[in-house]
Design a protein around this ligand. Sequence first.
Ligand code: UDX
Length: 440
Amino acid sequence: MRITVVGTGYVGLVTGACLAQVGNQVLCIDIDAEKVARLRAGEIPIHEPDLPEIVRSGIDGGRLHFSTDIAEGVAHGEFLFIAVGTPPEEDGSADLRYVLQVASDIGKHLDQPRIVINKSTVPVGTAEKVRATIQAELDARGAKIAFSVVSNPEFLKEGAAVGDFMKPDRIIVGTDEEAVAQRMRDLYAPFNRNHDRVLVMDIPSAELTKYAANVLLATKISFMNELAGLAERLGADIEHVRIGIGSDPRIGFDFIYPGCGYGGSCFPKDVRALEHTARELGYDAPLIRAVESVNNAQKQVLERKLVEELGADLQGKEIAVWGLAFKPNTDDMREAPSRTLIDGLRRRGATIRAYDPVSMTEAKRIYAKMPEISFCEDPYAACDGADALMICTEWQIFRSPDFADLKRRLRHPLIIDGRNLYDPRLLKAAGLQYRAIGRP
Ligand code: UDX
């Protein structure tokens, strides 16, 4: 099949590369000429496991192509994916400018029937706006061409995006047209495992499903974080409680890990966007509001614990921070808890010695003009002479460190762990003071 993907960000690039991997002819379009040039050379702008290999394989096999020319894109693909960004506005709503610009470009160049597939995360009602925008362009030039707009939201996890695309739990297809639903089933047939994963529904339901999934997952996390605060005050250990409730299959073990708050490009943005949609409709959605406010508070928890130990004034203190990415296996630092922590530490006058296994380049870009942050070669060096070690991301390499070595290096033997990585008994035995989330 011939497929065009507009937007080579996270979702677009993974979609294009995976569709090419199963044998389709895929053309990826981006307005950023430099990015397109780099992609043509097989250079991947993001850190994502397995992505470089499949992009390279697509390019070498002549199945995956890149261009800045949207007209070429519209001519190429029988399926036209829209996978451009929907950055949040000040009020939490999604900025649809880029999505609608692509729709308008499609309308300008459309000269034969096409299926337009929206993969960007967009508020309910956007597919209709995309349809109206394309139609207006066709009307403006008196063209009568049939086209369909499908909502096909993405459920990729960063760090596991290729695997998620190749082996999806479900493929949501929003369309009212039976023939279009069949073409979408054909398109996704290579990704069915054991049984058909395509779920066809009306367009608004498909659009809402994406938000429902992300906001429910965020709700589980915020609930656990709130409970962790309660556990601390009750002398209970949230890790026992987590296992105790997770064994109930109705609850399950996924997404009930307490921590220093959720971050990333999806949860914070989607929770705010759904909250904004409810507000716009005049519908009171207190639960969704609470998910966000609990998370905002949770991102302050590490700093609060440090202040309880070292006092409010951190002038002259050096703090080691392990983990800058919002989660392991990515270099993405968008809305990462580490950023809230680092901002707080800087305001209190501390200097920061940071280490992350992959997001150092990204961190150096973000903190370019801030001399109070230094970046260390390895996790142990970050602890040399530090007044505390604070952990923001559960990277594998942090899971079993040499505690005796840490004790020797730290000026003050304090570890504040935002991801509950360690057994408190081991740290006590090593002579380290240990504070975690929701643990006595
Ligand atoms: C998420 C959804 O999982 C994915 O389906 C959707 O398409 C995009 O948003 P992602 O943002 O890549 O994916 O990361 P995810 O693994 O879901 O983690 C999000 C945040 O929640 C991270 O900051 C993570 O540390 C935090 N988290 C996750 C917890 O604090 N506790 C948990 O139990 C799980």
